[in-house]
Structures are given as structure tokens and as C-alpha cells.
Ligand binder design. Structure first.
Ligand code: UDP
Length: 317
């Protein structure tokens, strides 16, 4: 099976490319390299440096393709608050173009990178897929709009689709070409920031007065390799005319201070931190209910928070 990986040079997309190849899939990549890095493309893989906003690039990328894994898009919550139009243009319009070009090319299988940000501030945790969706930022709103577009598409044009709602993705994969790591500048994610913390520039803890046991936010972290394992299981279980939504997390929550403690253990020294004001748009607690992915996909995350921290640390070297 040939899979088009949009966003295949980014952190999660490049990990998917590597694992798909190791499992015998043929790969095409479409990426504009606005966030990713062309040097992560494995030798011999068909790579189109192009945009979801360009119909010609999409048509070219879809030649000979059986299924699409759609990772491409803008993904920073803070940036989305500053540039909502850009997020709508790239994420929503780009995905609309992808669906139209898939239809024209006769490609009917789609696995989409959605997000827990579609739920917004949950009333009940763990969060189930049927929970209300009230995104609290433009990023989450674009992911929800795309999920709804895919639901409509599966009904009207009969495509087979899955939206995977990621909680907090962490860790890294060591490929034959080295570690496929997060390379954001500036980095906004907790685990890389904790591991880069120094006495002169300590990691900021965004709020220590949240209604949680230690006062810091709780998130559900999932290793990127487990995450891609779920994508492949989702791909292999697609059904025509059906759009399934699955949460991907570990089903467990870790506070910011617990992540710092895991990082102190991995590094062997006390990570310096500084208590700072809350970050705008942060919900207090986000934990996934992953029973649907467990039952319907036969998926189970196997890598714990210590492994995620250790692999992220190793990926810096
Ligand atoms: N966080 C923090 N300091 C940082 C980065 C993040 O305290 O330098 C907190 C953030 O407020 C949130 C959690 O860590 O509660 C995870 O944030 P991240 O940006 O990694 O992922 P998000 O949950 O926003 O997708």
C-alpha cells in the first residue's frame, strides 16, 4: 500500500514515515517544510516540496496513492490566538483542498491528526470521544472544523476515515538516520523545555495555583512511537463510508511538577524551575479516555513517562 504522508518532514510525520517504511508501506511525502526539515526525508522516498493550498502540488502528490495520513498543518496554540486567519487558511482550507483532490484522484482512505484541543475545558475527565466540543483557541477550532468536514465527506462521498485526537505527544524515535526529534524554535512544549532548563534560564511553571493536588496543570502524555502504532492500526481498520474518532493518550495524567521529577530522575540532577503566571488558554486537567482505541483498534500505549523523557533527552544529542 502506498501512503501519502502530508507533513512528513515534521516531528510526528517523519516518525510515521520511518515506522511505515519499516512495516513495508510505500511512502510519498507532501510538505512545504515551513515547520519540518527536508533532511529528515529518507533516501528513495518520493518527496514533493509543496503546499496543501496548491491544487497542482496535491494532485502530483496523490499519484499512485492508496491512502493519506494527514499530519500537515499549523499546531501552536499561542500562535493560533495571534494569527487565527492563518490557522483557518492552512488547516481548514488546506484540508478542504486535500479532500477535493483525494476525490478527484479516487483516493478514499484518510487518517487525520486531530487534537484534544477540540474538546476545550472538559466538564468530565477522563474525556470520551462523545464529550462536548467547545475549543478554547483557534487551533482547536480548526481541528474541530476539519473533523466535521471529514464526517460530512464520509457520508457524502463515502470515504473511509479516522480522526485521531492527540493528547500530549512526547518522546522520539531513533531512526537509521538519527533521532527524529522535536525541533521547534522557540520551543513551547513542556518536556523539551524542562530538559533544556538551566540555573540561569530555569523552565517556567505556568501556574502553581490550579485546582490540582500540587497546584500545577495535569496532562496526558503519549509516546510518539505508540501514537504512530495507533495510526497504522487505524489505517488498517478503516471502513468505507465511516468516520471514526479516537482519543490517543495514555489514559493517565501527570502534573507539570511530576514531569519535572521524571526529568530530574532521567538527567540525574535537580531540574531548576521558576513558578510563573498561568498561560492563557490552558485547561487545568486533560486526561484521555482511551478505551475506544483499546477495544476497536486493539491498541495499547506501552512507553511510560520516564521513557518519553529519556528518549527526548537522547534525541538532543
Ligand atoms: N508548561 C509549563 N512550562 C513550559 C511549557 C508548558 O509549565 O515551559 C505547562 C503548560 O502550561 C501545560 C503543560 O505544561 O499545562 C503542557 O504544555 P505543552 O505546551 O507541552 O502542551 P499543551 O498541553 O499546551 O498541548
Amino acid at each position: 500500500m502506498r501512503v501519502l504522508v502530508t507533513g512528513g518532514t515534521g516531528y510526528i510525520g517523519s516518525t510515521a514515515v520511518d515506522i511505515l517504511i519499516s512495516q513495508g508501506y510505500e511512502i510519498s511525502i507532501l510538505d512545504d517544510c515551513s515547520m519540518g526539515h527536508a533532511d529528515s526525508v529518507p533516501a528513495g522516498v518520493s518527496f514533493i516540496k509543496g503546499s496543501l493550498l496548491n491544487a497542482g502540488d496535491l494532485a502530483q502528490a496523490l499519484v499512485g496513492v492508496d491512502a493519506v495520513m494527514h499530519f500537515a498543518g499549523k499546531s501552536l496554540v499561542g500562535e493560533s490566538v495571534e494569527k487565527p486567519d492563518l490557522y483557518h487558511q492552512v488547516n481548514v482550507n488546506g484540508s478542504r483542498n486535500l479532500l477535493d483532490q483525494m476525490h478527484m484522484s479516487g483516493v478514499t482512505k484518510l487518517v487525520f491528526s486531530s487534537s484534544a484541543a477540540t474538546y476545550g475545558e472538559p466538564k468530565v475527565v477522563p474525556i470520551v470521544e462523545t464529550a462536548p466540543t467547545h475549543p478554547t483557541n483557534p487551533y482547536g477550532a480548526t481541528k474541530l472544523a476539519i473533523d466535521q468536514m471529514i464526517t460530512a465527506e464520509s457520508a457524502s462521498r463515502g470515504i473511509a476515515a479516522a480522526s485521531l485526537r492527540y493528547f500530549n505527544v512526547a518522546g522520539a524515535l531513533k531512526s537509521t538516520r538519527g533521532w527524529l526529534a522535536e525541533r521547534h524554535n522557540p520551543e513551547t512544549h513542556l518536556i523539551p523545555n524542562v530538559l533544556r532548563s538551566t540555573a540561569e534560564n530555569p523552565v517556567k511553571i505556568f501556574g502553581s495555583d490550579w485546582p490540582t493536588a500540587d497546584g500545577t496543570c495535569i496532562r496526558d502524555y503519549v509516546h510518539v512511537v505508540d501514537l504512530i502504532d495507533a495510526h497504522i492500526k487505524a489505517l488498517e481498520s478503516l471502513q468505507m463510508g465511516v468516520h471514526e474518532i479516537y482519543n490517543l493518550g495514555s489514559g493517565d495524567g501527570y502534573s507539570v511538577r511530576e514531569v519535572v521529577a521524571a526529568a530530574s530522575k532521567a538527567t540525574g540532577y535537580e531540574i531548576p524551575t521558576i513558578d510563573s503566571p498561568r498561560r492563557a488558554g490552558d485547561p487545568a486537567v486533560l486526561i484521555a479516555d482511551i478505551n475506544k482505541a483499546k477495544t476497536k483498534l486493539g491498541w495499547r500505549p506501552t512507553r511510560d513517562i520516564e521513557t518519553m523523557v529519556a528518549d527526548t533527552l537522547a534525541s538532543f544529542s
